[in-house]
Design a protein around this ligand. Sequence first.
Ligand SMILES: [Zn+2]
Length: 186
Amino acid sequence: MGFADRYLHAVNSSDLRDDEHHHATDALCAAALADVTGAGLGSLLSRVKYADGTQHKLFESGSANLASLLRIWTERVIQKGRERKWLKENTAWDADSAQKLYRRIAERSLAHWLDGKCAACSGSGNTLDRRICVTCKGTGKAEITGAGGFELEKVKDMVSELEGLLQSHNARAAGMLRGASHTHRD
Ligand SMILES: [Zn+2]
């Protein structure tokens, strides 16, 4: 089992003390440890992406994980936007519209990252008769809609950041999982 599978199993298992779920407990501990450096965001990304199933529906109804993920992510995007000086915030009007833009970028990037599959090919990149999907040109990814120009560019940047955060979280957690199973065997 890869890390995502083990983690999914751990999150869904009802009794972590059961011997059968021994490894599940390990996965949870590893994820918790990996979070020390990621300030909770990496673990949440992993949990929401792998465990919550129908992400886009939950995005609308607001599950607890997703709600905290969106809150943390929005703060992170605002911080990045300010550091990188995306917008001028000299007047109250500017600051207010900057906040709105940051929030839209945070929401759109998160929604796209969670459920950004091409609808025509369900994310496979191919048609049923094995030809390259025309809609997504074989990438399997949906276009980001409802944004253009500067905003679209920032949404794309933030989608890449989310992907990077998840990958580094998984790498850290998988490393700790390997370390943990060695300890148990001794
Ligand atoms: Zn497609």
